[in-house]
Design a protein around this ligand. Structure first.
Ligand code: F42
Length: 336
């Protein structure tokens, strides 16, 4: 088993200089990766990544995750190769099937996500090799397409939850980004990851299994846990029933959270949402607590095959303090 790697996720819902501040702080705190989310309603992911590439020195960076619906894989190949050039070879590409709720708002049909992902990843890899690409897919047709500048080697990470996408990510990707925080979810993903690796003749050691987690850290455990309640409520509202079965969560509790969210949207009662979220939900859908408690959970994740933990929203009650705390107390515990 290698050393656990740490990444951090940011949503570009802030000004570029704030994002730059946090990413530099994360870099100085020992994080190895930063993943920037991609949704049309936030600031553009590649514009922000360009700035981050120029203002940082060591941290690896990329979209976490873009998708092959918004733009052609030819454009994705070019955009991430540009980031790789700007950062002196630190780019990583996170790509997934995209978010249905967002697509519905902008008239994009979520057709054939598996085929589209498979073809997109194949085409991007081929373009990055620098040779002319001709490709006759079900979705994409390329006819002697070629990048006119050097892309370099760019690892591709695939966002996946479902069994088929997990298999595809292991078969085609250098890593998988799984939106989950609990060892149970990784135990359950194991079989499909192994199937995909086997199909491609790859070893588990050559593959990065990433817990794209919701994290909240504070010296005061209760404060950390309370800060993750709203994020956990949204995860609960967006999860399929199999996930509640896996974690043994009562559907009545789930419905209480969904009702509270509707009520919050209608009347602004966010305190009601926090109250509806159970301790069990916080444990299942986030990594929340004191540094000691978070270390303990990360060790369990390590045992279930995770090789990178990404600190995602909310990170903590005070982002700056929490990033410092992760850098001082949590990351070093995995370097010994
Ligand atoms: N989405 C965003 O839009 N922006 C982000 O910044 C973002 C970040 C992110 C980070 C980590 C992560 O894990 C996911 C993230 N996502 C983000 C969500 C991501 O874009 C995807 O929505 C998410 O990963 C969905 O993955 P999924 O594995 O659930 O895949 C979907 C498509 C699914 O339903 N898969 C099923 C499966 O078993 O894997 C089966 C689908 C299937 O088979 N469908 C068809 C069929 O016939 O049944 C299609 C067949 C075909 O040819 O395609």
């Amino acid at each position: 088993m290698g050393f656990m790697k740490f990444g951090i996720e940011f949503v570009p819902n802030m000004k570029y200089y704030e994002l730059e501040y946090y990413v530099k702080l994360a870099e100085d705190s020992g994080f190895e990766y930063t993943w920037i989310t991609d949704h049309y309603n936030n600031r553009n992911v590649y514009s922000m990544l360009s700035i981050l590439a120029l203002k940082t020195n060591t941290i690896k960076l990329g979209p976490g995750v873009t998708n092959p619906y918004h733009i052609s894989p030819a454009l994705t190949a070019s955009a991430i190769a540009t980031i790789n050039e700007l950062s002196n070879g630190r780019a990583v590409l996170g790509i997934g099937a995209g978010d249905k709720v967002t697509f519905d708002r902008i008239g994009i049909e979520w057709e054939k996500p598996l085929s589209r992902m498979r073809e997109a990843v194949e085409v991007i890899r081929a373009l990055h090799k620098g040779k002319p690409v001709s490709f006759e897919g079900k979705i994409f047709k390329f006819n002697g397409a070629r990048l006119d500048f050097k892309a370099g080697e760019i690892p591709i990470y695939i966002g996946a939850q479902g069994p088929k996408m997990l298999q595809l990510s292991a078969e085609l990707g250098d890593g998988v980004l799984i939106n989950a925080s609990h060892p149970r979810d990784f135990e359950s993903a194991k079989e499909n990851i192994e199937k995909g690796l086997e199909k491609a003749g790859k070893k588990r050691d050559d593959f990065d299994t990433v817990a794209y987690a919701s994290m909240s850290v504070d010296k005061n455990s209760e404060k950390a846990r309370n800060s993750s309640r709203i994020v956990v409520a949204f995860i609960v509202a967006g999860s399929p029933d199999v996930v509640f079965e896996r974690h043994g969560i009562d559907m009545e509790d789930v419905n209480r959270v969904k009702d509270a969210l509707n009520n919050a949207f209608a009347k602004g009662d966010w305190a009601g949402v926090s109250k509806a979220v159970t301790e069990e939900m916080i444990d299942s859908f986030s990594i929340s607590g004191s540094p000691e408690e978070v270390i303990e959970r990360v060790r369990e994740l390590e045992k279930s095959g995770v090789t990178q933990v990404v600190a995602g929203s909310p990170i903590g009650p005070d982002k700056k303090k929490s990033i410092n705390l992760i850098g001082k107390e949590i990351i070093p515990a995995f370097k010994e």
